[in-house]
Design a protein around this ligand. Structure first.
Ligand code: SF4
Length: 412
């Protein structure tokens, strides 16, 4: 029987994957980075669709690239595979809408020194490098990430440290990029050493996707460096970005456990992404797996309005629905805060489904709706509070509707 072109291509792709995965150096992060799969090589590992070919040809944002490890988590045939969508540009990435901006959070405007963004009084964001293990298609910093002219030289990093030192109200430094763990061990050592020696800096948060995209980067040597600076003077945290349960592999778990062993707690900042994780069920599965891996839920971001992002953006409603769905089905440490980083540099705000319906002045009760069973519950304001007039009054019609069926301290 004559094989179809598709069948032959599929066999070739599976063989290519097999050869790569069976390489004796597979578990070396250097091997993974040296063999990063670039745009022109994707067809060796995926049966690409026309839309993907078009996305790769006309991609307008950051470069295309993935570690072989992360590629191996993606389906070679199914264009709807969530991991694949984060690796391969789609043709929707090539369409720019008028409301989009390369820097929606105004990180450049809020930058007192190249590579440093100061949106808050006590915290700064240090852009340490432009490189990552995987160039995620939804990256909100695609204007900088992967471009060599965005490289941060040592002198430029030193200017950032000087600024931090001269502004002692800064106590918390987020290192991000790019991915700081794509720097060499010695550069990471240098950065942490400098921060540790600034007396006002107490907290350092490393923002990295390497536990997800290149877990073998968490080496013994790197841990030794982190451990040596996670000290009385400086507390080091790690925030990562798992977006789908398929990313929660044994390798990823091992990386997280290694970080925990040197006292670095790992939190997750996922992004709601259309067709990838934009449902309560998918977010719940992800966060259940994360808890099994001892990763705490931290943020769930509404996607940023960056150029070519329409393929990923979801209605704001989705975030409310997801949190509403999760509440009551997983413990609080597994529920992220739904966050919107306000366009125009307004900083982060948290958003929550409507569970509070206001104050009934006559009976001095607050009205709530249970996230678990949908019943209305009341809770009394303290007799001597003095805050009665500060609360919004409950809608009288709603009160009339529900008042015969309220749960309270007395009736449970
Ligand atoms: S690892 Fe982070 S900074 Fe790098 S491309 Fe992905 S989202 Fe962007």
């Amino acid at each position: 029987m004559v094989k179809s072109v598709r069948t032959m291509n599929k066999e070739r792709i599976l063989q290519n994957r097999k050869e790569l995965i069976s390489n004796p150096d597979w578990n070396s992060y250097k091997f993974q980075l040296q063999n990063r799969i670039k745009a022109h090589q994707l067809q060796d590992y995926f049966l690409l669709t026309e839309k993907e070919f078009s996305g790769i040809r006309n991609s307008i944002r950051l470069n295309v690239g993935t570690t072989p490890y992360y590629m191996s988590l993606a389906d070679p045939e199914d264009p709807e595979c969530p991991i694949r969508k984060m690796i391969i540009p789609s043709d929707s990435e090539t369409v720019i809408s008028p409301e989009e901006s390369p820097d929606p959070l105004h990180e450049e405007r809020l930058s007192p020194v190249r590579g440093l963004t100061r949106m808050y009084n006590d915290r700064v964001l240090l852009f340490s490098n432009q490189e990552c293990s995987v160039y995620c298609r939804h990256c909100m910093r695609g204007r900088k990430v992967s471009f060599n002219d965005e490289r941060m030289e040592l002198g430029q990093l030193d200017e950032c440290f000087d600024y931090i030192e001269n502004n002692p109200e800064i106590s918390d430094v987020v290192i991000s990029g790019g991915d700081p763990l794509n720097l060499t061990d010695s550069r990471i050592d240098y950065i942490l050493e400098r921060l540790e020696n600034i007396p006002s800096v107490k907290i350092c948060r490393i923002g990295t996707r390497n536990p997800v995209t290149l877990p073998m980067r968490i080496t013994h040597a790197l841990l030794k460096i982190i451990d040596s600076h996670n000290s009385e003077r400086l507390s080091i945290f790690c925030n990562t970005q798992f977006n789908h349960e398929k990313e929660c592999t044994p390798e990823a778990k091992e990386a997280v456990l290694k970080l925990l062993k040197v006292g670095v707690s790992v939190g997750n900042q996922c992004v709601i992404l259309k067709g990838i994780n934009d449902s309560g069920e998918k977010m719940l599965s992800l966060h259940r797996k994360l808890l099994e891996m001892r990763v705490r839920a931290y943020y769930m971001y509404d996607p940023e309005i960056i150029p070519g992002s329409r393929g990923f953006r979801t209605p704001l409603r989705k975030g409310f629905d997801i949190i509403e769905y999760m509440r009551g089905k997983i413990g609080g440490i597994g529920i992220p805060q739904f966050v919107n980083d306000l366009p125009g540099g307004g900083g982060k705000i948290t958003l929550s489904p409507k569970w509070y319906f206001g104050f009934h002045r006559e009976t001095r009760n607050h009205l709530f709706k249970s996230a678990v069973n949908g019943n209305y519950h009341i809770s009394p304001e303290p007799v001597d509070s003095g805050y009665d007039l500060s609360y919004d009054e409950v809608d009288p019609e709603l009160w009339m509707q529900v008042k015969g069926n309220l749960k309270s301290v007395q009736n449970g």
